[in-house]
Design a protein around this ligand. Structure first.
Ligand SMILES: *Cc1c(COP(=O)(O)O)cnc(C)c1O
Length: 405
């Protein structure tokens, strides 16, 4: 495969993030196309039997089969690594594929994993249900309580998994403090950075070892395809993760990788605009009749607001709020909306609401839900790119229906 860098080679080291998202790690074919090429192929052909044999002896480094590597997937991986400031990246079929591969490539029977309790539903299932089936002890802690982490990490631990801001209540966890406790216990620190996005939080700079994304969320950000990514040191990715993903087949489709590459070009623009809308609507809802409380890291009344300011360069495209009358009030509010859709997806260009207690967090126990701060009246709101005036008009429909409950 003949690839050429760009026509001219400017000094890329001075570029800022928005520029890098468009121009860094661009590889063009001999046709010098403007947009990233899509290599929708499962395999690659060899010039001779000798070349194939030499490739399998690792004497020639070239593409062999798309489960092992593909130019479009490699391009997405280089771009994500550039954005994160990571040495290496592997893209996966979904965000859950990324969480599963990161954890299971690293641990073995007899190991111990400590995780924050406020995890995305399927991540919680992997930690609480799946790890123990394979003889791996898992311990869940209240992520905002450092003394719980300290107690749990007083013995040797293989891996720590956490999410900040968390789903759905936007708890902020102190990544640096947890990473130093975890490193003393010998653990590899994995951060699910989906809610923060690579734009607003750089876990590797805060002491984490591995960063995980569902690219389905803000990176595609337009509700089209699923994908995931794992970032970390070249040493860990090459020796631990890559043999696991290559041989167990967790591979993103080149087409989905290409969609993600196009999503990255506008990522900072979208995340900034969605966050501005979210901040405006959080303040609006906080003043509204019938809304009992609003959770938004950018508001001074958020319990970890100071930590969010320290650890993140922006807040969140999501917020959570609680309405009166419990589930009845929440359902009346949601059903009255005409612009904002009911959907459990998030990070999308379109505004979406979900009722965690009956959807994303329906399977956990009442006690666990209470521990996470999720009530019957809690609504999670993923704020999109619409004009915020129209979103306020729609929220007013919800508030009016709520007032009748
Ligand atoms: C969506 C999500 C995942 C899972 O990603 P999929 O692409 O849906 O598999 C994991 N963690 C968080 C925080 C998420 O929001």
């Amino acid at each position: 495969m003949t690839h050429q860098k760009s026509l001219s080679s400017p000094d890329t080291t001075t570029w800022h993030q928005a520029t890098r998202l468009l121009h860094a790690e661009v590889e063009r074919t001999t046709h010098q196309e403007t947009s990233e090429p899509l290599f929708l192929t499962s395999g690659f052909v060899y010039e001779s039997a000798e070349q194939a044999a030499a490739t399998f002896r690792n004497e020639i480094i070239r593409y062999q089969y798309s489960r092992f590597g593909n130019p479009t997937i490699a391009s997405l991986e280089r771009k994500l690594a550039d954005l994160e400031g990571a040495e290496a990246c592997i893209a996966t079929s979904t965000g859950m594929g990324a969480v599963f591969c990161a954890l299971f490539s690293h641990v073995k029977a007899g190991d111990r994993v400590v995780a924050s309790r406020a995890l995305f539903g399927s991540c919680h299932w992997i930690v609480a249900e799946l790890l123990p089936r394979y003889g791996i002890e898992s311990v869940l802690v209240n992520g905002t309580n450092l003394s719980e982490w300290e107690r749990a990490l007083a013995q040797p631990t293989a891996a720590v998994l956490l999410e900040s801001p968390s789903n759905p209540m936007l708890d902020i966890l102190d990544i640096s403090a947890i990473a130093s406790l975890a490193h003393r216990a010998g653990a590899l620190v994995m951060v699910d950075n989906v809610f923060a996005t690579p734009i607003y939080q750089k876990p590797l700079e805060l002491g984490a070892d591995v960063v995980i994304y569902s690219c389905t969320k803000h990176i595609d950000g337009q509700g089209r395809v699923l994908g995931g990514a794992i970032l970390g040191s070249a040493e860990w990715i090459t020796s631990t993760l890559q043999p696991f993903t290559r041989n167990t087949g967790n591979t993103i489709s080149p087409f989905n990788a290409w969609v993600m590459i196009k999503g990255l070009e506008t990522l900072s623009l979208r995340v900034d605009a969605m966050t501005r809308n979210a901040a405006t609507l959080a303040d609006y809802l906080a003043e509204a009749q019938g809304v009992l409380s609003v959770r938004y890291p950018g508001r001074a009344d958020h319990p970890q607001h100071a930590l969010a300011m320290r650890q993140m360069s922006g807040y969140s495209t999501l917020l959570a709020f609680e309405v009166h009358s419990g589930q009845k009030g929440a359902f009346a509010f949601m059903n009255a909306l005409k612009l904002i859709a009911i959907s459990n997806n998030l990070g999308d260009a379109r505004s979406l609401v979900t009722h965690p207690a009956t959807t994303t967090h329906a399977k956990i126990s009442d006690q666990e839900r209470a521990d996470l701060g999720i009530t019957e009246g809690t609504i999670r709101f993923s704020v999109g790119l619409e004009d915020y005036h129209d979103l306020i008009t729609d929220l007013n429909r919800g508030l009016e229906a709520l007032s009748l409950t």
